[in-house]
Design a protein around this ligand. Structure first.
Ligand SMILES: Cc1cc2nc3c(=O)[nH]c(=O)nc-3n(C[C@H](O)[C@H](O)[C@H](O)COP(=O)(O)OP(=O)(O)OC[C@H]3O[C@@H](n4cnc5c(N)ncnc54)[C@H](O)[C@@H]3O)c2cc1C
Ligand code: SF4
Length: 510
């Protein structure tokens, strides 16, 4: 145990973000760095409970050995803490920055006091590891002679590639975008996860022997229009090669589909085709591309500069759109949420150690409040129509307030009479979630998808009806979290290795 009485003596002190108005002037990471003593003190708050719920099914999805490395950090044994952390998490520098930390929701101390700052400590351990030069390429000692193709380079594909490569298999990752990382690269913006952090890890994997091919769209040999990144690249004149997935399967001993949930949910209401209404992912991708190419969002094809912006939908994607638009210099910001405002405290049907479904103020909401003087969110608001300015461009949005305590027909809410409103705006960003993976690959391979149109593949098994084809990550479980994608990538690697080398074959811990 870290220190017997620390949880009573030391208050939780999360690593702070930079001041909102200061950080809005740039695209750098919002997280500050704090000294070792701060983190050692925070690590000392861990009670090393008999049953560490932070590691349970309600806690960390990759089963991080949290109490152990909390204690090691408290004792100043940073290298030992890193070694422990690397046993369960391939990419703690990603989760340490962007994970919502279900571990903290399940922390036993959280029953009576604010939880241990587990995520901050995880991040500090791995950042220290990189700074000290302890995180280095470790290529496998021997090769198995087997090859695995991984389609998609998000955290699921990368985690699987890492595990399989460490087990000695030759791994090639096929990615249709021009850069590796999936939503770590084109999705989560630079302020939350610096792209140098993503590239640093990809470089390590490359040095360890993983092969990466970008600009390769797997599906059929014919060009198909799905996938926003493919259309963006076509508009930019960046070449994309189209490869038949059936032929790809012939080239490898096993294939992992880690293609993400890339089909965005649309809002098919009148005026949807007006100029000025965009999917969030088109917006975020183009902005990150511009940032990486020119160092600023100025060159982006969709810009919020001087515009009145409405983001429809919440979650991480909605928050990231708000934060990006603020950095571009939008004139106004409003965020529509169809759902009701969540409660401030856990509801009775949402007890500890479940993830607390409570009202949260994300970094983007704080930034918007600092710039414009109020939380941008409007809850229980239904968008009815986009209004034309007479020239095919968006002039505003018509809405109506809804009441979630009463149903109306098939809708789980009823519209409140007389609550109709008109909101002037120039740019709408649609952040309504995702409808699973695209259909080309399952149709071509004749693989079944479930009722949510994800690959119908059991968690823990990860194999499709075709014995050599596996699926993991958001394309299997639906839009989720980076830490779950890592969990799935590791699980799929274990299943593929067992298939290739027989049970117990994986040379690294699964
Ligand atoms: C804007 C946004 C912000 C988010 N913020 C957070 C956050 O803060 N914290 C968090 O934990 N989670 C966050 N998430 C969720 C998280 O990013 C995802 O759950 C995670 O990235 C899923 O990983 P994956 O590997 O399954 O898929 P993805 O990361 O989506 O990667 C799939 C990859 O496959 C490629 N691909 C798809 N089809 C093909 C094909 N046919 N041929 C070749 N390549 C293909 C895609 O181009 C993509 O690169 C966010 C998601 C979004 C959209
Ligand atoms: S990966 Fe997420 S859930 Fe696991 S310890 Fe880190 S912050 Fe917590």
């Amino acid at each position: 145990m870290a220190k017997l009485t620390s949880f009573r003596e030391i208050d939780r002190a999360a690593v702070p973000y930079r001041a909102p108005l200061e950080r809005l002037d740039d695209f750098d990471e919002i997280l500050t760095s704090v000294g070792d003593i701060h983190l050692q003190d925070q690590g000392a708050r861990c009670m090393d409970c008999g049953v560490p719920f932070c590691q349970s099914v309600d806690g960390c999805p990759v089963d991080n050995l949290i109490p152990e490395w909390n204690d090691q950090v408290y004792q100043g044994k940073w290298r030992a803490a890193l070694e422990r952390l690397q046993q369960t998490n391939n990419f703690p520098e990603f989760t340490g920055r962007v994970c919502p930390a279900p571990c903290e929701g399940a922390c036993v101390l959280g029953i009576i006091e604010p939880a241990v700052t587990i995520k901050n400590i995880e991040n500090a351990i791995v950042d220290r590891g990189f700074a000290e030069g302890w995180v280095v390429a470790r290529p496998p000692a021997a090769r198995s002679g087997k090859t695995v193709g991984v389609v998609g380079s998000g955290p699921a594909g990368l985690a699987a590639a890492d595990q399989l490569n460490k087990a000695g298999h030759r791994v090639t990752v096929y990615e249709r975008a021009d850069r590796i990382g999936g939503l770590l690269m084109y999705g989560i913006p630079n302020m939350k996860l610096d792209k140098l952090v993503v590239n640093r890890r990809v470089d390590l994997l490359r040095q360890e022997g993983v092969e990466f091919l970008t600009g390769v769209n797997i599906g059929s040999s014919k060009e198909y229009p799905n996938g926003h990144i493919v259309s963006i690249m076509a508009q930019q004149g960046v070449p994309v090669k189209h490869l038949d997935v059936a032929e790809l399967l012939d080239q490898h001993d096993a294939l992992l589909l880690a293609t993400g949930a890339t089909v965005p949910r649309d809002l098919p209401i009148p005026g949807r085709d007006l100029t000025g209404v965009h999917f969030a992912m088109d917006y975020l991708t183009r902005n990150t591309q511009s940032l990486l190419a020119t160092g600023s969002f100025e060159g982006a094809a969709i810009s919020a500069r001087d515009k009145r912006v409405i983001v429809i939908g919440g979650g991480d994607t909605g928050a990231d759109c708000i934060a990006t638009a603020l950095r571009q210099g939008c004139r106004e910001m409003v965020n529509f949420e169809l759902l009701d405002r969540p409660p401030d405290q856990r509801a009775v049907n949402n007890p500890w150690p479940e993830w607390p479904l409570i009202y949260r103020t994300e970094y983007a909401h704080v930034e918007s409040a600092s710039r414009f003087g109020g939380d941008p969110r409007q809850f229980a608001l239904l968008t009815r129509e986009f209004i034309d300015d007479g020239r095919g461009h968006l002039a505003g949005v018509k809405t109506v307030r809804v009441d979630w305590s009463s149903r109306s027909g098939k809708a789980p809410f009823s519209e409140i009479p007389g609550s109709e409103e008109f909101w002037e705006c120039d740019l709408v960003l649609l952040s309504l979630g995702f409808l699973g993976p695209e259909h080309e690959i399952p149709e071509r391979l004749k693989i079944t998808c479930d009722e949510r149109s994800n690959y119908q593949v059991a968690h823990g098994k990860f194999v499709t009806e075709l014995p050599r084809v596996f699926a993991a990550g958001d394309c299997r479980r639906g839009q989720s979290l980076v830490v779950w994608a890592i969990n799935e990538g590791r699980g799929a690697a274990r299943a593929i290795d067992a298939f290739l080398a027989g049970p117990g074959g994986l040379a690294v811990s699964g």
